[in-house]
Design a binder for this molecule. Structure first.
Ligand code: FMN
Ligand code: SF4
Ligand code: SF4
Length: 380
């Protein structure tokens, strides 16, 4: 399939590249390199190689860790090693990420300056091994968000795409952290959810517009779908990134996207959906979860009404005289049966799949308004 067809299916870009399937391989130090990824490339959209240590203190930490029996990538020259890894994947259609451990902002900017924008640079704020923490990276960054912000800004100074890999439940406030990562300029938040589950994905989706990669034991279609329907853009696998599991997940989500039109559509708000679900919400006329949600995001009812009315102008969602509120803008998800909506969709010459694609576009306009256009309370 050509990359435009993948874009039509998932509508997903990372580092300005089309992502052919919303499934990534997550890094495992000493294991996930280009040689590991190449035989799995057919069933993934992205791969985060590494973790790689990129300066003397972290390379020394890697040496100490391998002495005590942990698998680590070791080399004399990180630029040479990382450049050759990126080159090996450059002829594939997999978006390449590098999971990096560094001990200063300069270490990150120096690597990005030399390797360039062919890769996503992922800051490893996840590793909990003592030598790495002592070297000033890994999990310690979750307790020192200012240092993390400096690392992000150093990379963004080189105009590259930046991901931050975190472990949920380590920071005293994951939501504040997610917002700080967004405000520092990162593009992607890669979250090892540990045992926090999809609730954490929903909370983070409601907090920032970053691309979210959900991680940890996402080895079945049900679990993957649970992540998507609460706000994840991709899922990633490390320990179970075998060809069979990846192929099964890829086939299942591709089929689902082709049938449904929006692979990571949220649940309706009243069924526990995240704020993207405002795209399916009615006019604010009854007592339901819409009202407290608008209150929480600081949106007046009038503002919500005109936001949706403006956003559907000139689109197939604008009209719908037979529907409850006179426009498909206020109509529910295609999975909620309704003969009035279905009749209207039919009259408009739309399929259910196209209806959901239109709802997807509406949700993107709503998110753009909430996070980029509406004045924000920037207290954190
Ligand atoms: C052997 C091993 C090495 C890992 N090394 C790294 C690493 O270097 N950097 C990182 O961010 N995460 C690392 N991880 C964490 C994984 O990327 C992933 O977050 C975790 O294993 C949970 O996902 P899973 O259930 O799909 O394995 C490692 C995990 C394992 C098992
Ligand atoms: S507005 Fe409609 S879809 Fe939204 S929460 Fe209320 S009842 Fe549910
Ligand atoms: S017409 Fe049907 S889909 Fe549209 S708002 Fe009413 S019940 Fe929901």
């Amino acid at each position: 399939m050509a990359s435009m067809q993948y874009y039509d299916r998932f509508g997903l870009l990372l580092n300005n590249q089309v992502v052919k399937t919303p499934i990534a391989i997550a890094s495992m130090a000493g294991i996930v390199d280009a040689a590991y990824v190449l035989p799995r490339a057919a069933h993934i959209g992205a791969a985060f190689l590494g973790g790689y240590s990129i300066d003397e203190p972290t390379m020394e930490a890697s040496r100490k860790m391998s002495e005590i029996g942990r698998r680590e990538f070791t080399y004399e020259d990180p630029v040479e090693e990382l450049s050759s890894q990126v080159a090996l994947l450059s002829k594939t259609d997999v978006v390449t990420g590098l999971n990096l451990r560094g001990s200063s902002p300069e270490a990150f900017s120096a690597i990005a300056a030399q390797i360039g924008d062919a890769a996503v640079y992922e800051i490893d704020a996840h590793c909990r091994q003592e030598p790495m923490i002592a070297a000033g990276c890994g999990e310690v960054l979750l307790h020192h968000p200012n240092r993390l912000r400096e690392y992000i800004q150093a990379l963004k100074g080189e105009d590259v795409c930046v991901s931050v890999k975190i472990r949920a439940g380590v920071s005293p406030d994951d939501l504040r952290l997610a917002r700080a990562i967004w405000k520092a300029g990162a593009d992607i938040l890669h979250i090892d959810l540990m045992d926090t589950g999809y609730q954490k994905v929903r909370q983070i989706r409601n907090t920032c517009p970053l691309v979210i990669i959900a991680n940890n034991s996402i080895n079945t279609f049900e679990r993957m779908k649970e992540m998507y329907s609460h706000g994840a853009d991709l899922v990633s696998l490390a320990r179970h990134s075998d060809d069979r599991t990846l192929a099964g997940l890829d086939a299942a989500i591709s089929r689902y996207a082709d049938e449904q039109g929006w692979y990571n559509s949220p649940k309706q708000l009243c069924r526990g959906g995240d704020i993207r679900a405002l795209t399916f919400c009615c006019m604010p006329v009854k007592s339901c979860p819409l009202i407290p949600t608008l209150d929480r995001i600081g949106m007046e009812k009038e503002e919500y009404l005109s936001l949706k009315q403006e956003a559907v102008k000139g689109t197939p969602l604008e009209s719908g005289p037979q529907t409850c509120f006179g426009s498909l803008a206020w109509c529910c998800k295609s999975s909620s049966p309704c003969m009035f909506r279905e009749m209207t969709i039919l009259q408009q010459g739309l399929t259910n799949r196209e209806y959901m694609q239109q709802k997807h576009q509406l949700s993107e306009k709503i998110m753009q308004y909430i996070f980029e256009e509406k004045p924000q309370d920037d207290t954190c």
